[in-house]
Design a protein around this ligand. Structure first.
Ligand code: HPA
Length: 257
């Protein structure tokens, strides 16, 4: 999987893009309709390069710079298929995931924009890749992270930066009183909170792992769509508005050198 420009892999069974169809800079929403919305509302000269499995992919220009938008679906397995192919076969160098997350911490509120400085996970992908001996740190590219924080200031958009929890299970019993340890003390979510985990989502561990192995730059940015502590949820309209702020921030960052 390291033969970057090997045309025998194009198109793949998952993505009908051919070499040259995808820009070196890619935004990664999970939802295909979000991908379409971003392409139609933020880019110029847009071409669609993929509709296999409705995982829409588009390339266009933002402020004159080629940028692609690739939908990934939900969860690490789906996300990994698209992202691995982007870096292995299409020469993608910068990836920013633009997603939603569930806030786990009192310091966040609905619609906040959050940047994942680091990712912790219950997924087995890290140990399947590196073995049991290493607790690998899944970290953002520092350059993308610092530029995002700087651009957020310029856009007057408050952002939170910190550690997120990437889970394989949207539906779980982590909030049960006894949690996974069964010791009657704190729930698993409380333990995460007490270690500064700000939010939960389902893809960024794969992003930071694949990017690290490929030597490319990646960052995950989220808007808070629901709050696990406060039991609050964004309306569709609220999601759309806050989502737009995050997209602008991600695009401003990804076009920089
Ligand atoms: N859990 C996991 N992933 C999510 C959530 C959540 O509550 N909200 C948005 N992505």
């Amino acid at each position: 999987m390291s033969d970057n420009n090997n045309s025998k892999f194009q198109p793949t069974p998952h993505n009908s893009a051919r070499i040259g169809d995808i820009a070196e800079r890619v935004l990664l929403p999970g939802d295909p309709l979000r991908a379409k919305f971003i392409a139609e509302n933020f880019l110029e000269d847009v071409r669609q390069y993929n509709e296999v499995r409705a995982a829409y992919g588009f390339t266009g220009k933002y402020k004159g710079v080629p940028v692609s938008i690739q939908a990934t679906g939900m969860g690490i397995p789906s996300f990994s298929v698209y992202v691995q192919e982007l870096v292995d076969f299409h020469g993608v160098k910068k990836l920013i995931r633009v997603g939603s997350c569930g806030a786990m911490h009192k310091d966040l509120k609905l619609r906040d924009v959050l940047v994942a400085q680091g990712v912790s996970t219950d997924s087995s992908i890290v140990r399947n890749t590196l073995g049991d001996a290493v607790n690998f740190s899944l970290i953002a590219d520092y350059d993308l992270l610092s530029k995002t924080v700087e651009n957020a200031k310029n856009l007057n958009l408050p952002v939170k930066v910190g550690n997120v929890f990437c889970t394989d299970r949207f539906y779980n019993d982590y909030d049960d009183v006894n949690g996974v340890f069964g010791d009657g003390k704190k729930s698993f979510n409380d333990r995460l909170r007490n270690h500064g985990i700000l939010a939960v989502e389902m893809e960024s561990a794969a992003l930071y792992l694949i990017a690290a192995a490929a030597g490319v730059r990646s960052l995950a940015v989220f808007t808070v769509s629901d709050h696990l502590l406060l039991k609050e949820y964004c309306t569709a309209e609220e999601r759309q508005n806050s989502f737009g702020d995050m997209i602008k921030l991600a695009l401003e960052t990804i076009i920089e050198d």
